[in-house]
Unconditional design. Structure first.
Length: 345
C-alpha cells in the first residue's frame, strides 16, 4: 500500500508518499480502510524528534474509515462497518496511510450522521477531553471552572463536555484575537469571562480570576497549555480544588507544590490529576485496555445525541505531501483553533 513515510527527524517537509507493507488483521485486530485523519500535536513532536521514535515510520494517531476485514476472535465489528480509531496501542502503522490494523478495543463505530472527517476528530482530542472532564474532574452542578487553553483541539472538546456537566460558569484564557473570537463566537463563552493572558502578568490574571469568583477561586482548573498556565491553574484553585493537566513539564520546571509552607495547593488541600490517555496502551496489557472502548462509546453517544457539539474542524483537502506538511506547519505554529482534518480515501 501507499503511506506517508517519515525517514528522518526535522521540519514539516519530511514526508514521502511511498510503498509500505500491507497490514493484515491478526487475531483480535480490525483492518481499516482509512477515509480521513486528523492531526495532533503529538504528531509533530514525533516528526521533529522531540519525542524520538524508531525511523522510518508512518505517523498519525486519529483515523476514520471502513472495516475491511476482522481477525479471529473479533465479533463486535464486521466488514463494511464505518468506524473511528485511535492508534496509540499496538498497530501495523500510523494514520498517514491507506490502511491500518489495530486491536478491536481501539476501534469504535462511527456516530450516525457524522462524516468521516468529523469522526476522525473524536479520537485523541475527544477522548483526552472526556477523560479529563468526566473521569478525572468529577464536575458538580454549579461549580466554577477555569480552562487554560480552551481554543485548542482538546479544549474545544472539553468546553462542551463541561457545559454538559451543568457547570455554573466557565472562565477561559485566550492568547490572542483568534482564540478570543473562537471562544466567544464558536464555543459560546461569555466575553467578560475570557482573560487575554498575553496582556497581563500571571498575578494580574490570578487577581482577575479571584474577582470573577468573589475571592473563592475555581472548583476545577484544566491545564491544556502547561508552563505559566499550569502555575495559574494551581494558584487559581479554591479550597478542595481539582487541577487536571494533560501537559508534562521539562526537567527543572520551577514550581513547588509539595512543601506545605510554599505550595499554593497544599494549603488548599487540593487534588492533582494527570491525564496521559495512551499510558495504558504503552504500559498495560490487553485487560487494561477496557477503558478505551468505554470512553469511545460514551463520547460517540454524546455526540450522536447532540448533547455535546463537535469542535470546529478545518479541512485541508486530500492528504498529499504538500497538504500534510502544511497541516503540521499550521499546528506547530499555534495557528489552529479546533481540529485539522485531511481526506485519505
Amino acid at each position: 500500500m501507499k503511506a506517508m513515510v517519515t525517514e528522518k527527524f526535522g521540519g514539516p517537509e519530511n514526508f514521502s508518499w511511498k510503498d509500505w507493507p500491507d497490514p493484515q488483521a491478526t487475531p483480535g485486530e480490525v483492518l481499516i480502510r482509512i477515509q480521513a485523519v486528523s492531526i495532533n500535536p503529538v504528531d509533530y513532536k514525533m516528526r521533529s524528534g522531540r519525542l524520538p521514535i524508531p525511523l522510518p515510520d508512518v505517523l498519525g494517531r486519529d483515523v476514520a474509515g471502513t472495516v475491511e476485514t476482522v481477525g479471529e476472535g473479533v465479533s463486535e465489528f464486521k466488514a463494511g462497518d464505518e468506524v473511528f480509531a485511535v492508534l496509540f496501542g499496538p498497530r501495523s502503522n500510523g494514520a498517514y496511510a491507506k490502511y491500518v490494523s489495530t486491536p478491536a478495543p481501539f476501534v469504535c463505530l462511527k456516530p450516525k450522521g457524522l462524516s468521516y472527517q468529523q469522526a476522525a476528530c473524536l479520537g485523541v482530542a475527544g477522548m483526552t477531553a472526556y477523560d479529563a472532564v468526566v473521569n478525572k474532574a468529577g464536575i458538580q452542578s454549579g461549580e466554577t471552572i477555569l480552562v487554560a487553553g480552551g481554543a485548542g483541539g482538546v479544549g474545544s472538546f472539553a468546553i462542551p463536555l463541561i457545559q454538559n456537566c451543568a457547570a455554573g460558569s466557565i472562565i477561559a484564557t485566550a492568547g490572542g484575537d483568534a482564540s478570543f473570537n473562537h471562544l466567544v463566537n464558536t464555543m459560546g463563552l461569555a466575553a467578560d469571562r475570557i482573560i487575554r493572558y498575553r496582556e497581563f502578568t500571571r498575578e494580574q490574571i490570578e487577581n482577575r480570576v479571584r474577582e470573577l469568583t468573589d475571592g473563592h477561586g475555581v472548583a476545577v482548573a484544566f491545564d491544556f497549555v502547561g508552563g505559566e498556565m499550569k502555575k495559574l491553574c494551581f494558584n487559581a484553585a479554591g479550597f478542595d480544588g481539582r487541577i487536571v493537566s494533560i501537559v508534562e513539564e521539562p526537567p527543572g520546571f520551577d514550581f513547588n507544590i509539595w512543601r506545605a509552607d510554599i505550595s499554593p495547593f497544599f494549603a488548599k488541600s487540593g487534588t492533582y490529576h494527570f491525564v496521559a490517555l495512551s499510558a495504558r496502551a504503552r504500559n498495560g496489557a490487553p485487560p487494561d485496555w477496557a477503558v478505551y472502548p468505554q470512553i469511545m462509546r460514551n463520547l460517540a453517544s454524546l455526540v450522536e445525541t447532540k448533547k455535546v457539539s463537535l469542535p470546529k474542524a478545518t479541512e485541508l483537502g486530500q492528504m498529499t505531501e504538500e497538504s500534510l506538511s502544511r497541516a503540521h506547519a499550521l499546528l506547530e505554529a499555534g495557528q489552529v483553533k479546533g481540529k485539522l482534518v485531511l481526506k485519505v480515501g
